[in-house]
Design a protein around this ligand. Sequence first.
Ligand SMILES: [Zn+2]
Length: 261
Amino acid sequence: MIKLRETLARRLNRTQEVRHKSWPVREMVEQLTALSDAQFGQYAFLHEPLEGKFSAAQKEQYIQAANRCGQETAASWEARLSGGADCSESQPSRLLTKLAGQLGVTVQDETVPIGGGHVLFAQFVEPNRITIFRDCLERLDLLIRDEGLEDLFEGVDFRSVLLAHELFHAVEFAQKDRIYTQTEKVELWRKPFSNKSRILVLSEIAAMAFAKALCRLSFSPYALDVLLMYSYHADAACALYEEIMAAAGLPLTQETGEEPC
Ligand SMILES: [Zn+2]
């Protein structure tokens, strides 16, 4: 999730200037896990370099199409890996291992501590290498235990969520001539030569939808952005939470948030 790393780096810088409310973790998780994929799409578009080129209606269409791409890609790989049998009950981690094998992707786990304002959660390096950085997963486990959030994440395998997201990028790499997130382009200018650019955020939205489907989550994995960040920088996570809620059209009244100490 390279996007998350970028978001975190930027956020760490910004929160040195602006103080934010401190939101209870459980409240943030409950609100975030109730948001729709379309609402998270609005948040995702905030970080799209070409965002200003699109109308609200166009953005909505892109968000829908990217989510559909992620869901359909997940469904077609599930069907392919199960050989036609119903595998909706099978373990996400087993499915993902099979998928990595089919794609010829090597998956390795590494521990990388925070450094220089950058935290990596996971990454796909073309053509075929995914690394999961365990530091964030260990911190996340601790946070969930400390805050007593186990009931909100029953049965969720966070490593699989990170892995599934990165595997979508591997699928995109393997199918770049025909997958929507790679083929959909916007014309930046026409004269004297046509210049078309990809809309980068579509990949991220689709990767989240893909991970949500394969890991059988009831909420968007985007909700985990805030929690993963919280375990490194609580103030930055609260600021991100406010940003997501505003993008989702649910501005906060700040009645329940406490002043930072
Ligand atoms: Zn990504």
